[in-house]
Design a protein. Structure first.
Length: 232
């Protein structure tokens, strides 16, 4: 990010803040900034070539999204993906994913459904040979596409929770091909219900899909609190 952006006029402050937030957000998603790591403003300012003022505003945006925590007197830290936090996030996802699927079915957007099917095909291609990183990305794409198909801007605004649970909190190494295969089957059923315009079934399937992960996470919390397990 060029340092000349520091001298941007006041009319460009908001785009610059959004750009900084976007860069940091993507680095959190890709684990360049791992969960629990500290984001020192002096280091970020030098690394991104920006001044402290827009950087602080960008960090506030990420704090509102739940990606970072600003601790008084300590600085800013990427959220930690402990099981209790992950469970809280998935409880929200069960509601959001279910609502999005129902609204998507009621809208019946053929072009959007084709993109949904394409995301499933990309998932299938990651199974053999097993490509966990590609699967994780295609999984995120599938769930985000359903949010976009809802046509509801407030539902779409919750898209960060998908990346947070599926990318930030879930180490790629822990995703297993057998669980991915099961999830893809559930994705097909959800897509079928959306294409059929069956909002009730689409919502139920989407919620059950997430609830299955919640049940697994609770079991893992009781048996092995350090292992998050497979997530959707």
């Amino acid at each position: 990010m060029p340092s000349s952006r520091k001298r941007a006029s006041s009319s460009s402050v908001i785009p610059l803040v959004d750009e900084i937030a976007s860069v940091i957000r993507e680095r959190i998603y890709t684990h360049r900034y791992p969960t629990g790591s500290w984001l020192r403003q002096e280091h970020l300012s030098a690394e991104l070539g920006v001044s402290r003022t827009p950087l602080r505003e960008a960090l506030r945006i990420l704090e509102q999204e739940g990606l970072v925590q600003v601790k008084a007197g300590q600085g800013t830290r990427v959220v930690t993906g402990d099981l209790d936090t992950l469970l809280d996030a998935y409880q929200l996802r069960a509601v959001v994913d279910g609502l999005a699927a129902r609204l998507a079915a009621e809208r019946s957007d053929p072009a959007g459904i084709r993109l949904l099917r394409q995301a499933i095909r990309l998932q299938e291609a990651t199974i053999e040979p097993w490509e966990p990183r590609d699967y994780t990305q295609s999984n995120v794409d599938f769930h985000e596409q359903i949010l976009y198909l809802s046509g509801n801007e407030f539902v779409v605004g919750q898209s960060s929770i998908i990346r947070m649970t599926a990318q930030v909190f879930a180490p790629v190494a822990l995703v297993r091909p057998e669980t991915a295969t099961r999830a893809i089957g559930e994705h097909r059923a959800i897509a079928d219900a959306i294409e059929a315009g069956d909002g009730t079934r689409a919502e139920t399937l989407a919620r059950d899909h997430i609830e299955a992960t919640i049940v697994q996470l609770r079991a893992n919390r009781d048996s092995n609190p350090h292992h998050a397990g497979d997530v959707c």
